[in-house]
Design a protein around this ligand. Sequence first.
Ligand code: CDP
Length: 743
Amino acid sequence: MAVSQQYPNMNHKRKRQPDKPAQNPLQAKRIKLLETRKHLPIWPKQSAIHTALAHHDVLILSGETGSGKSTQIPQFLLDQPYCKPRKGCAGKIAVTQPRRVAAISLARRVAEEMGSPLGSASPGSRVGYSVRFDENTSPGTRIKYLTEGMLLQEILRDGALGEYGCVVVDEVHERSVNVDLLLGFLRGLVRGKRKGGLKVVVMSATAEVEALAKFFDESAGETEAMIGGEGEVPQVTDESGRDDDEVSWNGFEDPDEASQGTGAINGTHNAVASSPTQSARIYVEGRQYPVTTKYLDTPADELEEAALQRIFALHTKEPLPGDILVFLPGQDRIHSLQTLVEEFAQSLPPDIPKLQVLPLFAALPQNQQQRIFQPAPPRTRKVILSTNIAETSVTVPGVRFVVDTGLVKIKQFRTRLGLESLLVKPISRSSADQRQGRAGREAPGQCHRLYTKSAYDALESHSAPEILRCDLASALLTLKARGIADPLNFSFLTPPPLSALQKALLHLLHLSALSTTGSLTPTGRQLSRLPLTPALARVVLEAAKPSLNCLHPIIDIVAALSVENLWLNPDTEEGRERAAEARQALMSREGDHLTLLAAVRGYVAEASDRRRWAEAHMISHRAMQSVMDVRKQLLAQCQRADLFRHQDTVAAETTSSTTMELSQTEPILRSLLAGFAAHTARLCPDGSYKTFVGNQTVGIHPGSVLQGRKVEGIVFSEFVYTTRAWARNVSVVRLGWVGEVLG
Ligand code: CDP
């Protein structure tokens, strides 16, 4: 039953009977949680935070993970004048998160702390969240947790963010591309359109305070001139239809208050200057119990094996309670360790507590992600196998032991080759320290580093921001679609090299997202609305054209590409032979994309036991569940964008890709080419493949169905760089088609 049905009156102001205790369980929970909140390190800073924001538009709040920043700050600000609804501004609070799972779990927690139902559960609920494909808010929402990407989407609709009185940017230390773009936009707004009317709180776990303060305080750059300068940013209107130029953005009830400046406040922060346009800073200490750290004496030969041993050593020796959090680089390593731990756990003697293994990574379906927040059943220890998502973004309760492989999977852009690839790399020292800290949140803990002390000492101190590592095409498209005429001069917290920006602009030009004069084309606008990289979005748009009519199969392929590995990879020769045999029926001579299509279609068509079907074809059932999730979302997104209007759905849905005629496969391959023209290579007389753009040698990845085949041309959607350059997810193309696209 929906909470609102249970308690229909709870959002209306009622006079409480003084002699009756609170009956409402939501309120009872709120009162109970209030006691916990009062013990958070941030609690005593409340008045310092109010004072800082009364005198400054920007507050930079740094502090350790777990000090209460993400949950408490929005609640502290809710009653402040700038968060009151007023003309032209609904006075809401936006809190951005780099990841969906954090946005949802924080919203849930804060709703509980406020005694409010969550999101659409009730029209009067005051806390909601908005993540891709899931908007859970109500007309009464005052605090909205949302992913950085969703706030960027909102900027597309309303360049002045008129809904909000305050924007809280959390987890800035992660330095995702999206957070860097948001900071640039917000800097422009507090100096331009929303000067004096928008409060910005920038929160970071580690010390990037100096750089952030400099970014917000240094003399005005071009950003504010550019925002709204191209006339593409929609104007904000209030209920009476007035546009924002007629509306006062000043949120202070007392007009004098806004212009008052101050120096240090309460001795707890050192405001850098008295101007409201300058930022204030506050530091909050974290609560940290001692953590014993152990290293390996010699490097581990096999990380999964080392992790497995450590998990069971801890589990059999250490008493309950105390869950284990293991940091691994990526989904595939998580899945293979999960299988190992689960197998091994079956042979534990009955007097040893049980183990509950829970994976955690960004692409995991939501309901599975939420399981990590539930306490383990009695006599059971949770083992959470996580990517760096649990480093600062998500607090997993109950953890006393951390096992750290010291690795992370990151996107790396190779400017020389013009390709983006996923690389497993050592973490930075600051990441290692964050991971270690997770063991000491609730009690003294242990951190087991699966590397040597000298390897730790040799780590880089911090990792480079994503904007320096990624393909900038998405970022530039985001800026262009939001009215930034000259993205080369945008206020970047860390400006990427000009050559990388120029390359990205060229890529957008090749995708027809930009015209030769650099302005956004209608295609570019459509691309920017799809939740995909510009290249994949271009593939989808191409497939939707009436001449190609293959949107359904392309959606299946794009969904299959969203997981790292659909195929199970046995590590013995015999196992690999068995796998090849099992997949034989799905293999397409046209390459990996059509093979993926066959896998998705086979799985969808299986009515009785999909798990067994996946196992019989050596396909990861878990990965396939994620594919189904993405497929559903993409179908809905394409419906919304009206991309199906020219599609012959019946024919598209029913054909099995392994029996497809060339007339059916050609449109699919041509659609792929539209997005990946730069990822094409031709066969050379010496048997190697060389890219059309850049003339680089690439090998066909050993996992590809085209491995060992010689075909005149290939297109590939992924590039992997290990000992050499590999094309991964490869399909056959005719040289003539490539010629048509590259011109
Ligand atoms: O943002 P910061 O890391 O400083 O702290 P926070 O996320 O506000 O968390 C403060 C405390 O709230 C944590 O230590 C948890 O006890 C609790 N919390 C929770 O129980 N569930 C969540 N989803 C988030 C926080």
